[in-house]
Design a protein around this ligand. Structure first.
Ligand code: ADP
Ligand code: ADP
Length: 234
């Protein structure tokens, strides 16, 4: 089962001169895979993630998600697809400061217009998946950076998305919290979550089973034999 597929996707911004942010990109991911995306600043990573996440449309080429061709969908249909099938995690945690962990996660369901019944149970289950049950009633200000990012991940997972998209998830974390988050990503992936992570963190990029590198809007598959293995360093 293919979660998404880009066929000859190009994206340009403006004209005269146009910025060619993506050029003829082919990329697909199967259910349960873990892909990391690396590349220098300005190479097109965010543009790629925005297209995978149905936040933006290609200028040319095709984009399929769960076998659905997104070309002919209205903005409303695309928004529906996004909220049903995709979870987003960003560098900044975007938590509401005066709401508890549980409330922050439950609110994701309010926005997704999910039924009231079972909301609390689903939120608690998502919080448990990220190992934060003991913090459910805490305010974000009482949490470490790593814990805040776990809340953001729980919030992204609550709708059981087909795909979790993460843009520099460890960008605001120290190396210890980053390592702990990497363990969580590994656990989630082992439990069947399909992951796409844009990162500058070599540890994360190396742990993913597949890896692509973006330069000037073009993609190279740089998966090597070491990918997907834990480093055996000190
Ligand atoms: P990255 O995420 O790798 O830093 P981006 O996808 O953000 O790269 O940007 C790729 C190129 O497209 C850059 O040259 C950037 O300036 C340009 N770009 C990105 N978004 C826009 C936009 N909305 N309008 C104009 N140019 C943009
Ligand atoms: P990242 O740090 O992930 O590479 P950026 O800082 O490049 O992200 O971009 C953040 C947002 O701003 C993205 O959604 C991108 O599309 C947009 N953006 C990037 N470059 C430009 C630009 N030159 N003009 C307008 N929007 C841009």
């Amino acid at each position: 089962h293919r979660v998404f597929e880009l066929r000859k996707v190009s994206k340009q911004y403006g004209s005269d001169p146009a910025v060619h942010a993506l050029v003829d990109v082919d990329l697909s991911l199967d259910r349960g895979e873990w892909l990391s995306i690396t590349g220098p600043s300005g190479s097109g990573k965010s543009t790629l993630l925005n297209i995978i996440g149905c936040l933006d449309r290609p200028t040319s080429g095709s984009y399929f998600i769960d076998g659905i061709d997104t070309a002919n969908l209205t903005d409303k249909e695309r928004a529906g697809l996004r909220s049903q099938r995709i979870g987003f995690v960003f560098q900044a945690f975007h938590l509401l400061p005066y709401r508890t962990v549980l409330e922050n996660v439950m609110l994701a369901e309010v926005y997704r217009k999910q039924p009231n019944s079972g909301r609390r149970a689903r939120a608690l289950a998502a919080i448990e998946r990220v190992g934060l049950s003991h913090r459910a009633d805490f305010l974000p200000t009482k949490l470490s950076g790593g814990e805040k990012q776990r809340v953001a991940i729980a919030r992204a997972l609550i709708g059981s998305p087909s795909l979790l998209l993460c843009d520099e998830p460890t960008g605001n974390l120290d190396s210890k919290s980053s390592a702990a988050l990497l363990d969580l990503f590994e656990k989630l992936n082992q439990n069947g979550i399909t992951l796409v992570i844009v990162t500058h963190d070599e540890h994360i990029a190396g742990r993913a089973a597949r890896r692509v590198h973006v330069v000037d809007g073009s993609l190279t598959d740089v998966t090597n034999e070491q990918n997907g293995k834990k480093s055996t360093g000190p």
